[in-house]
Design a protein around this ligand. Structure first.
Ligand SMILES: C[S@@+](CC[C@H](N)C(=O)[O-])C[C@H]1O[C@@H](n2cnc3c(N)ncnc32)[C@H](O)[C@@H]1O
Length: 274
């Protein structure tokens, strides 16, 4: 299984390394995994790909990803409605941008879970599109782009990534494979009202301090302090820099990544363990 689409801050390239550490930290064969600020779900998907039963996974996101994963986990994602959105996509890629803009104008309709992955797959730069009451906010869509004689890129850029066929394939796999996860669409701070179960392993992926363009946020330091006051269970937090002495820098595979590829000022991924 793969995440539905690229997403700002998505962890698909480092999910395998994160999950190695979460599995190592699990106290027993039935321990529960919390993927907080789950977004496109890279970490939860990787957990299930590695054999963790979806019933042992709790996801949380306050955005429309929360609505999407709740529907997937509870088995209420309506594939017919989703197929309907796909079936009316324009045949000419040049018409996508206008079509998506029209789709995202109010009123929003009742199918947030099914519409959101279609919109997000067309989002400019994978930036977060979010629901603001009855309207979609930050809804900026890609245009179809073809190389010119002088452009460095030689292949056209599609307005929807992945393609509608691939998006459907991925979502169909998630409908079957991720059924059973629990997803809460709420503010992460409300989870602090009660202690986590003693067999929990908790992972948090907040919007990074330097990134812009997210609708939602919270004070990560305050979350960590409150969490540690009330809980003994392992906590892992992603950031673009280390948050404590027990932080690991994650590496991206391929030509651009690896220790030798780290340049000053280049994007970094750190996982801090508490
Ligand atoms: C860096 S992204 C997570 C990316 C994700 N791990 C993935 O692989 O796609 C941060 C997420 O935190 C969510 N978020 C921000 N503030 C939140 C809050 N106060 N409560 C719950 N979720 C929040 C955002 O909606 C966003 O999806």
């Amino acid at each position: 299984m793969r995440v539905p689409c690229a997403y700002q801050g998505g962890k698909q390239r480092v999910a395998a390394q994160i999950v190695d550490l979460l599995l190592d930290a699990a106290p027993g064969p039935n321990s529960r995994f919390y993927d907080l600020c789950c977004g496109s779900g890279a970490v939860s998907v990787e957990l299930v790909n590695r054999g963790v039963d979806p019933n042992r996974i709790w996801m949380l996101d306050i955005s429309s990803w929360g609505a999407f994963w709740s529907a997937i986990g509870s088995g209420t994602f309506d594939m017919d409605v989703f197929d309907q959105f796909l079936s009316v996509l324009p045949s000419d890629k040049r018409d996508f941008k206008a079509h998506m803009s029209a789709l995202s104008t109010p009123p929003m309709g009742e199918h947030e879970a099914e519409l959101y992955p279609v919109l997000q797959a067309c989002s400019f730069g994978g930036k977060q599109i979010w629901r603001n009451g009855e309207r979609w906010a930050n809804a900026c869509f890609r245009n179809y782009w073809e190389p010119t004689e002088t452009s460095i890129r030689r292949s056209p850029a599609n307005p929807m990534q992945p393609s509608p066929t691939e998006l459907r394939r991925r979502i169909d796999a998630l409908v079957n494979g991720m059924k059973g996860v629990t997803c809460l669409k709420m503010d992460i701070m409300t989870l602090l009202e009660e202690p986590f179960p003693s067999d929990a392993v908790v992972y948090v992926d907040p919007p990074y301090q330097s990134t812009t363009g997210y609708a939602f946020g919270f004070d990560v330091t305050s979350f960590i302090n409150h969490f540690r006051h009330a809980n003994q269970v392992p906590l892992f937090v992603s950031e673009g820099s280390p948050l404590n002495d027990d932080a690991l820098m994650l590496t991206f595979g391929g030509a651009k990544g690896g220790i030798s590829g780290i340049r000053k000022g280049k994007h970094q991924e750190w996982l801090s363990r508490f």
